[in-house]
Structure formats: structure tokens, C-alpha cells
Design a protein. Structure first.
Length: 382
């Protein structure tokens, strides 16, 4: 069976000139990527108020809105639920977003990163009512909600407010399909009960499913020698019932051409391929001690300016190395000259409240500190 699934450009990880400056946009590269995406026949761009250090929407304005007719693209952005203080502040942020993006309306507008920590706040200040009024005024075409929490809470929220939504955005990928802290499958199964189409975010789990352990990549290559790791995870997400669109954060031309090809000639995942995916998932779990996607939500407001996602990536990478020299400790030391070390954590747990994956970040930071700061951080040569 072949069915049409749309593809969207996720703008959370755009090319930058300086890796430690999320707002140092490489506009020459971004414009080429956006143009190529449009030329391949796709039109959906997803950004947010908080992306790229609160400058992501401006990048989309410069690279997309100011260079292409408004009717040639669909734009999605999000209300930052952790940031607003009250109804008046929601109005201020929304107007700011219109200005940042250079548009008069949003095709899609989401309540961003809904979860236990912000749900009561949304009820108190009537966030659902706010976006509904904006839709009635013509400033929003479709209302959605991006969700990072447990299926029980999702069902509770949709029971109360599902009738106000036009779609829901969920983290769906094969590594998180049965993962207890994400539960992609169970969340996905709830959406049809409320007749809500699903847009998939994090299909590649922040690059984790692209940079696979060699053993896992070999399994995929043995079955499909020419297929990229990305094509497997995109096809897996798009093959699920109720999914109408899949987002992917792309920052190279190779990624744009490879990913768009998947959706121009979409072939659902077969049962045999699902069996291979299950084996790859087991390999990933064995080789990835910290299941971080690199979204960096945890860093917003960290009083010690700890580079949490970068440290976790280094920890995961060095954990796969046995008995040979690694440069990861050098990178850690250099990074910690510009940011707080892992050991600088004061245990305030603001990061854990913000984490969409519900990771015990403070505990993981202790492991990172022990690995990189506890004596020699370099594996011993054999």
C-alpha cells in the first residue's frame, strides 16, 4: 500500500557559522537548503519562538519569508508555554512572533512542549482559549499542540481540549517506540480517538538514528545497501497510522535531497524491515547510555550555563570507545572553558523540568563529571 504523507522542514538545527553561537546563521547555506526543499515540491516549515536562542523565527523570515511569495509556503511556529507570564504576555509574544516571521498569519500554530509542568499554567491563563480566539480572528489557520509527556496526560488533555485542536505533534521514532520515558506508540494510538491527525517530530531522535553504532548500520546496509539510515527512520514514522506529516531538521544539501526523495517516492516499512529495526533498536539501547536528543531546552535558564546536550553527546561518543585514544576529552575541556563544567551543577533541576525526554539530567551530569573530570579522561592505549 502506498499513501501520501507530507514532509516538513524542521528549523531547530539550521546551519550556523559558530557552533557556540546559535544565532550566527549561515544564511547562504540556509537559503540554498530552503530553496532546494521548495524546488522538490514541499512547502511546510516548522520553527518556534525559542529556537536558536530565540532568534530562529528571524532566520526563517530572512531566508524564506522575504524571498518567496507568501502563498508558496506554509509556516508553523509555537507559543512558548514556559515563557509567558499571563494573558497579556501571550498577546505580546504572539505579536512579536508575527513581527519576527514577517507575516500576518500563521498557517499552523502550536502550544509548544505541552507537559505536566505547564498544563496547569495553560489552564490558569486559558492558553487554549487564546489560540482559539486568534484563529477566529484569522491570524491562525490551524491550531496544534506539540506534546512531550506520558500517554495518560495526553488523553486527559485531549479529553478536555481536543475539540479546539486541528492536529497534534508527537515525537515518533523507532528508538522511542516502546521507550518508557517517551512511549511513542501509546501516544500515537491516542490521537485517532479524538480524530486528530499527527505531525511527527524528532523522527531521527536528534541525529541518534543517523549516527548509529556500526553494528546497527551494518544491519540496515545489508538489507538496503543504497538506503541511508535517515530513510529508514523517516519511512518508519511515516508508515504509522494517523501520521499525515513528518518533520526533519536538515542542515546539509545531502540531507535535503535524501529526505525529500523518501517522500516523493514513499514506500511504507515492511514487516521484514520492522524486524530489522527492532534489532537495531536493541543495539542503540546497548550503546547509548544517555538518550538525549540535543534539543537544548534544558539549557534555557541554567544558572551555571552548563552545555548539557554537548556534554551528553561527548559522553555517549566516548562510551562507545574501548582501549584507543579519544579526542572527546579535549573537546570537553575546551567547551568547559566557555561554559560551566558538569560538576558545576547546583541541583536546581530547572533543566529536568524543561526536558521533553524527562531525563534525570542532574544524575547524568554527575556521570559526565566523573568521566571527564575525575582524573585522566583519556582511555588508555593498549
Amino acid at each position: 500500500m502506498n499513501r501520501s504523507v507530507d514532509f516538513g522542514f524542521g528549523c531547530m538545527r539550521l546551519p550556523v557559522l559558530k557552533q557556540d553561537d546559535p544565532a550566527s546563521f549561515d544564511y547562504e547555506k540556509i537559503e540554498k537548503l530552503f530553496d532546494a526543499f521548495l524546488e522538490q515540491g514541499f512547502t511546510y516549515f516548522d520553527t518556534a519562538y525559542t529556537y536558536h536562542g530565540y532568534h530562529g523565527e528571524e532566520a526563517v523570515r530572512h531566508a524564506l519569508v522575504e524571498r518567496h511569495p507568501r502563498e508558496s509556503f506554509q509556516l508553523a511556529t509555537k507559543l512558548p508555554l514556559r515563557d509567558f507570564k499571563d494573558q497579556e504576555d501571550m498577546e505580546h509574544i504572539f505579536n512579536e512572533q508575527l513581527e519576527h516571521c514577517g507575516v500576518e498569519y500563521f498557517d499552523y500554530y502550536l502550544l509548544h512542549n505541552m507537559g505536566t509542568n505547564v498544563y496547569e499554567k495553560c489552564k490558569k491563563y486559558d492558553a487554549f482559549g487564546f489560540v482559539s480566539r486568534k484563529k477566529a480572528q484569522g491570524q491562525i489557520k490551524n491550531i496544534g499542540m506539540s506534546f512531550h509527556d506520558m500517554p495518560e496526560l495526553l488523553e486527559e488533555i485531549l479529553t478536555e481540549y481536543g475539540s479546539m485542536l486541528d492536529f497534534i505533534q508527537l515525537q515518533v521514532n523507532y528508538a522511542d517506540w516502546e521507550q518508557p520515558n517517551v512511549q511513542s506508540r501509546r501516544c500515537l494510538e491516542i490521537a485517532p480517538k479524538f480524530h486528530l491527525p499527527v505531525v511527527v517530530m524528532e523522527p531521527c531522535k536528534g541525529g541518534t538514528l543517523i549516527n548509529l553504532p556500526e553494528e546497527g548500520l551494518d544491519l540496515l546496509k545489508d538489507y538496503h545497501p543504497q538506503a541511508s539510515a535517515a530513510s529508514w527512520t523517516l519511512r518508519f514514522a511515516a508508515s504509522q497510522t494517523g501520521v499525515v506529516r513528518v518533520l526533519s531538521g536538515m542542515n546539509t544539501m545531502e540531507q535535503v535531497m535524501d529526505n525529500t526523495a523518501v517522500f516523493k517516492n514513499f514506500v511504507p516499512i515492511s514487516q521484514e524491515e520492522n524486524e530489522i529495526i527492532r534489532k537495531v533498536t536493541a543495539i542503540i539501547e546497548k550503546n547509548t547510555p544517555i538518550p538525549c536528543t540535543g534539543c537544548a531546552y534544558c539549557t534555557h535558564g541554567c544558572p551555571m550555563d552548563i552545555a548539557i546536550p554537548q556534554y551528553f553527546a561527548l559522553y555517549n561518543n566516548i562510551s562507545r570507545i574501548t582501549g584507543s585514544f579519544s579526542s572527546h576529552a579535549v573537546y570537553y575541556n575546551n567547551l568547559s572553558l566557555r561554559h560551566g563544567k558538569a560538576s558545576a551543577c547546583i541541583g536546581c533541576r530547572q533543566c529536568e523540568q524543561a526536558c521533553p525526554q524527562h531525563l534525570p539530567i542532574t544524575d547524568f551530569l554527575k556521570q559526565v563529571a566523573e568521566k571527564f573530570e575525575g582524573g585522566s579522561s583519556f582511555p588508555v592505549r593498549k
